[in-house]
Design a protein around this ligand. Sequence first.
Ligand SMILES: Nc1nc2c(c(=O)[nH]1)N[C@H]1C(S)=C(S)[C@@H](COP(=O)(O)OP(=O)(O)OC[C@H]3O[C@@H](n4cnc5c(=O)[nH]c(N)nc54)[C@H](O)[C@@H]3O)O[C@H]1N2
Ligand SMILES: Nc1nc2c(c(=O)[nH]1)N[C@H]1C(S)=C(S)[C@@H](COP(=O)(O)OP(=O)(O)OC[C@H]3O[C@@H](n4cnc5c(=O)[nH]c(N)nc54)[C@H](O)[C@@H]3O)O[C@H]1N2
Ligand code: SF4
Ligand SMILES: [Mo]
Length: 722
Amino acid sequence: MSHPPAPLPADGPARAQCPYCGVGCGLEMKPPAAPTAAGEAVWTARGDRHHPSSLGQVCVKGATVGETLHRNRLTTPLYRPRTDQPFEPIGWERAFALLEERVRRTLAAQGPEGIAMYGSGQFLTEDYYVANKLIKGALGSNNFDANSRLCMSSAVSGYMRSFGSDGPPCCYDDLDQADTVLLIGTNTAECHPVLFQRLLKRKRKQKQDLQIVVVDPRATATSDAADLHLAIRPGTDLALLHGLGHLLLEQGGVNRAYVEASTEGFEALAELWSGWTPETVSLFCGIEEQQLRQLAARWAASTGVVSLWSMGVNQSVEGTATVAGIINLHLVSGQLGRPGAGPFSLTGQPNAMGGREAGGLARLLPGYRSVTDAGHRAEIERHWGLGPGTIAPTSGLTVWEQIEAMERGALGLWWVAATNPLVSLPWLDRVRAAVARCPMVVLSEAYAGTETAAIAHLVLPAAQWSEKAGVMTNSERRVTLCPAFRAPPGEARPDWAIFAELGRRLGFEEQFRFGSSAEVFAEFAAITAGRLCDLSGLSHGLLQEHGPQQWPFPVGTPPGGGAPRLHTSGRFPTASGRARLISEQPMGLGEPPDGDYPLVLTVGRYLEQWHTMTRTGQVERLLRPHGQPLLEVHPADARDHGLVDGGQAEVSSRRGAVTARVLVTDRIRQGTVFLPMHWGAAQEQACEANRLMHALGCPISQQPELKAAAVTVRPCEEAPGI
Ligand SMILES: Nc1nc2c(c(=O)[nH]1)N[C@H]1C(S)=C(S)[C@@H](COP(=O)(O)OP(=O)(O)OC[C@H]3O[C@@H](n4cnc5c(=O)[nH]c(N)nc54)[C@H](O)[C@@H]3O)O[C@H]1N2
Ligand SMILES: Nc1nc2c(c(=O)[nH]1)N[C@H]1C(S)=C(S)[C@@H](COP(=O)(O)OP(=O)(O)OC[C@H]3O[C@@H](n4cnc5c(=O)[nH]c(N)nc54)[C@H](O)[C@@H]3O)O[C@H]1N2
Ligand code: SF4
Ligand SMILES: [Mo]
């Protein structure tokens, strides 16, 4: 490898962005004073008061991250020709030889389309950039997708359609200035805790000046703090938003000047909204008319409205349409482009934003560019020193299309990195069967024994956060340098360095001659010049010296001079310079409940656990509050289906069945049940919620509807021994 190991500081805290959620808090990591009783060297984390996004605050996951870094790690490449055989440790030399041979064989037999990579919003930006350069550039296949497809894809498509470009326009300070905050499809209290605490603190101090409104079929820790909670029927958000528009029109909540100067499509939208009367909406969404009227009156009277949303909106067959529904309201009422106002998508993973900047989805190229744009392709080919026509002109396979391609036997190599799809993809039994048809599944992973390792042939040990340097961008477009401050275990290597090494071995010496991640970043940052996400003035050195910075940050921007907000001029990066108002009718759920499957299962998160538990599952303190997955059921549904609190239930859908312990609670809407996503097959308390989910997705964003599937429930006997 040509990359030198990053220098390790002898002592003193290292500053980095927390590697969990998209709030992107700053952490100060202190080296271990002495080994623990168990002989472990545990770094301690505390909030970094110098980080502008979090000002020293931290939640329980961030605070315990030091305990997760060293346990149960992969230390050497592992290989087996068949998945029914045990893994054998092999060296890197053999691992690269296997990879190189497989790439060449697949290119010869199936062409570039036979290769696909599935990456992650937990990559550093440098990992993302080199992966894209390898797959889309060197190999000429646009089949690079990331788990952001399951997460942020609808928000990306939504911003692109309405504003002409991706890019959340707000910043966290807006929450200090808004007088109404609408939280729709987001359990911010558990999933973006530090941001939520900031909002709560203000609410306590300025009770009358801030109204919090929550839209969620469940009562959550988030709705507990709300002035108004609309517990709508799952999948009816778009109708609710149209109903709000209807009342805004009626109550003079339209900002005519803004609509005329900065938008197009108002007539059609007003026509659509006129059909969504409060009576219709109340029936459709299953809420009281009065609640809708209350929200509309509040919105119309507000000087600043911020809407926050996450998976309850994005993970839906009408995810992109619902994002447009939110943005429409902000545009028509002129609630954006100024302090305390705007449609603010909360990103899930710590670097989903960086992934979007680096072109980390099947139809994107670095710098918010698109593979379908000939000019964009030519720019990137020039930057990458590749011949004209190297980058394919059509969108690559999204992750579910990758699964379908494996079903057809059309992939010769599937490379999964920094994600655990055998827990997190929908319809897991179908995924398992499809993947079994792929002759070479490679997994780049930090931890041993994950569910996805069970279907892999070649496992590559990855250096993770704290062991490799690079940047992450949080939800408010703030870029933080995360230094390498611990040594990686055994032979583990940074993901970007693995991709670069393979690129060189495939003959792209020039393109992958990176000596450090700072060099990777420098190349990437230059490519963003002139784009909305212009990071060209940033470098590892600047971030090290001056701390985290928001983009846009073109060359010449002074430290601290990045833009807190986008679209402040009322001009948008569309052909006409106007934002587009989008008129779409609600379609409802992809799989509505029926006589056989009368309930809607929704799947989400607990405060203390992170996704598939490879990290948080190792911390005793984090397991205490929720030691097992619980099926939340409304008392009326429990009665109808013979379930009792604390008993076992079988939950089944058209695709499979799982069992879970029952929690009878009136905090969930009748007709809806809830399971957490965290406990995959490798966990002792396994409850694979995604065996139940279908794979229908939004036709625009291709984001699967991971928030809703039709299920039925029945009591079941406890398995012996439990
Ligand atoms: N503790 C913790 N925090 C995390 C994560 C984690 O794993 N654990 N993961 C991070 C990631 S990657 C992400 S994407 C975010 C996710 O953050 P969130 O989106 O806040 O989390 P979820 O629990 O997936 O879903 C949010 C809410 O959507 C509601 N919901 C379900 N269906 C509907 C609907 O039809 N309409 C509406 N309005 N609401 C609905 C659910 O009841 C749930 O309360 O969290 C990030 N932060
Ligand atoms: N039904 C349902 N399904 C869902 C969701 C839902 O709400 N409902 N949410 C979806 C969403 S929003 C998301 S984001 C996904 C999340 O799902 P996943 O991405 O599958 O979840 P993680 O556990 O975060 O997986 C990350 C993996 O990368 C490994 N890792 C950590 N750091 C590194 C590194 O530096 N390099 C490498 N190579 N590996 C590393 C971790 O050990 C872990 O195994 O789940 C999706 N699935
Ligand atoms: S709120 Fe998110 S980013 Fe902040 S400490 Fe908690 S998990 Fe980390
Ligand atoms: Mo996510």
